[in-house]
Design a protein around this ligand. Structure first.
Ligand code: AR6
Length: 170
C-alpha cells in the first residue's frame, strides 16, 4: 500500500511534487481550498489554467483532472480535479473515486513521487466526511499508486478525525 499520512494544515504549504486542488469545472479559481491555492500561487497559476482547453467553458469535467505548474507554491505542480456536488448527482462515490484516481494517475504520468490532497468535495460541495474519507483512503490504497507518498492536508480537526478513524479501521 502507498505510504499515506494525515496532517491538519494548509495544503498551500505542502512540500510535495504535486498538490491537488478541489476546483470547479471552469477551473478559473473559486472559494475554499481553490481560492487559497490561487492566492498563494499568484497570477501565473490562473494564466496556466486559462491555457487548458475548454469546451463550453468547461476545462475539467467532474471526476476528471488536469495538471498545471504551481506558480509561487513550494510544489512543482497543481493537479486540478473536480469532485461531485454531493446532493446533485446519483452516484457521488463513483465520481469522487474517479477524481482521486485521475489525480493519482496524472501524478504518476508526470513522474511525481509525492502528492498532497485536500478533502475533495467536503466543503461547499457537501460530501459527508465519513463517507468521503472511506472513498479517499480506499482509492489511494490501490496497488497502482504504491510508489507515491500520499499526504492528506485536512483543514480542521473534525475532518482529520473522520480520516483518522477511517484509516485506523482499514
Ligand atoms: N488547505 C487544505 N484544506 C482546505 C484549505 C486549505 N488551505 N482551505 C479549505 N480547505 P472546498 P469542495 C478544506 O469548499 O467542497 C471552490 O469554490 C475545506 O475545509 O474548498 O470540493 C471551488 O472553486 C474542506 O474540508 O471544496 C469549487 O467551486 C475541503 O478543503 C468548490 O469550492 C474542501 O472544501 C469545490 O467544493
Amino acid at each position: 500500500m502507498a505510504d499515506t499520512r494525515l496532517v491538519v494544515g494548509d495544503i498551500t504549504t505542502a512540500e510535495v511534487d504535486a498538490i491537488v486542488n478541489a476546483a470547479n469545472e471552469r477551473m478559473l479559481g473559486g472559494g475554499g481550498v481553490d481560492g487559497a491555492i490561487h492566492r498563494a500561487a499568484g497570477p501565473d497559476l490562473l494564466a496556466e489554467c486559462r491555457k487548458v482547453p475548454a469546451v463550453n467553458g468547461i476545462r475539467c469535467p467532474t471526476g476528471e483532472a488536469r495538471i498545471t505548474g504551481a506558480g509561487n507554491l513550494p510544489a512543482r505542480y497543481v493537479i486540478h480535479t473536480v469532485g461531485p456536488v454531493y446532493h446533485q448527482v446519483s452516484h457521488p462515490a463513483a465520481l469522487l473515486a474517479s477524481a482521486y484516481r485521475n489525480s493519482l494517475q496524472l501524478a504518476l504520468d508526470n513522474a511525481c513521487r509525492s502528492i498532497a490532497f485536500p478533502a475533495i468535495s467536503c466543503g461547499v460541495f457537501g460530501y459527508p466526511l465519513e463517507a468521503a474519507a472511506k472513498v479517499a483512503l480506499e482509492t489511494c490504497a490501490a496497488r497502482d499508486y504504491e510508489s507515491l507518498n500520499i499526504v492528506f492536508y485536512l483543514f480542521d480537526e473534525t475532518t482529520y478525525s473522520a480520516w483518522h478513524r477511517s484509516l485506523s479501521t482499514r
